[in-house]
Design a protein around this ligand. Structure first.
Ligand SMILES: [Zn+2]
Length: 314
């Protein structure tokens, strides 16, 4: 008995010693993953569990495409063990990533990317970007470029999850063990979302989504819908009066039954369109900003409810 007690006290002492580290210190010792896009951070956290720290630089408001990094966030990128990016989504993030020696997984080229539609509408005369020294990115605005918003297609989210799992596995032995079960349940959840979308959107009165910015190309492609976007791939641009008239004409011709907006969009534009088209306004979240739910699945389900209502499905 005495032996047992002393063994017990030894354990208490040992446990006591290791717990002198603060939770912050424990976290700092884990591999550090940095992302700038909420859905990517969400996928990474689901996979990594407790084996790594996912540092999500996504803001809760504002224009996520036009993310402005604080010095602390730039430092986080430099010090990261792994950066998971979606190139072309955020110029400032891409620029910071280009200056690090950390391992980078750029998901965009690997998820079978599609091109954004070429619109002339996001040029209303004024320069949209105020980034100094921008050349390539600025020129590409409004021209044909790859669409970064792949996470709105759950099957591409599964492809991304697989790629993310593979790189997280390399971070530590703990991670290699941790991701396996996490991946299974993640794929199950994403597959269920796909099934729900397929079921719900199979019979709708309208197939045309009028949306705030061109974020729903992958969703449209996956579920045989069509998007008419007020703004281009980067929502920063304000629509011109000519573009608004053009959208009204197309939407009337397509007999659209709702206008979809997002929290970050100018509500006046959606209101004008809805009034002209005599339809309601519903939210369709591009899931770019950190949502209150902090849950991609919840946001996807909410989008499906609103899509179903707006498009008159079932
Ligand atoms: Zn976007």
């Amino acid at each position: 008995m005495k032996k047992l007690i002393s063994l017990f006290s030894l354990i208490v002492i040992l446990v006591g010693c290791s717990s002198t580290e603060t939770p912050e210190q424990v976290k700092e010792e884990l591999p550090q993953i940095v992302t700038g896009a909420f859905p990517i951070a969400w996928l990474s956290s689901q996979l990594a569990g407790d084996c790594a720290v996912v540092n999500d630089l996504t803001p809760a408001g504002g224009d996520v495409h036009d993310l402005e990094l604080t010095p602390a966030q730039t430092a986080a990128i430099i010090d990261a063990d792994l950066i998971i990016s979606v190139s072309g989504f955020q110029i400032s993030f891409d620029d910071a990533v280009a200056n690090t020696t950390a391992d980078v997984l750029d998901l965009l080229p690997l998820i079978d990317p599609i091109l954004g539609e070429t619109h002339s509408h996001n040029h209303s005369g004024e320069t949209d970007h105020d980034h100094e020294g921008e050349t390539d990115h600025e020129k590409s605005s409004g021209e044909e470029s790859l669409d970064p918003h792949f996470w709105l297609d759950p099957n591409r989210a599964i492809t991304a999850a697989n790629l993310i799992k593979e790189v997280i596995n390399t971070l530590s032995d703990d991670c290699a063990t941790e991701t396996s079960d996490n991946y299974q349940s993640l794929v199950q959840n994403l597959t269920q979302i796909d099934v729900d979308y397929r079921d719900e959107l199979s019979q709708c009165q309208s197939k045309t989504m009028v949306v705030s910015h061109e974020a729903f190309g992958y969703l449209a492609k996956a579920y045989d819908l069509e998007q008419i976007a007020v703004a281009g791939l980067d929502p920063e641009s304000e629509p011109s009066a000519a573009r608004i008239s053009e959208i009204i004409a197309i939407a009337k011709e397509k007999k659209v039954s709702a206008v979809f907006t997002e929290d970050n969009a100018n509500p006046a534009v959606a209101d004008i369109l809805a009034k002209e088209l005599k339809v309601g306004v519903l939210v369709l979240n591009p899931i770019e900003l950190k949502p209150a739910s902090l849950d991609y699945l919840t946001e996807m389900q909410q989008n499906l409810l609103n899509l179903s209502q707006g498009l008159g499905c079932r």
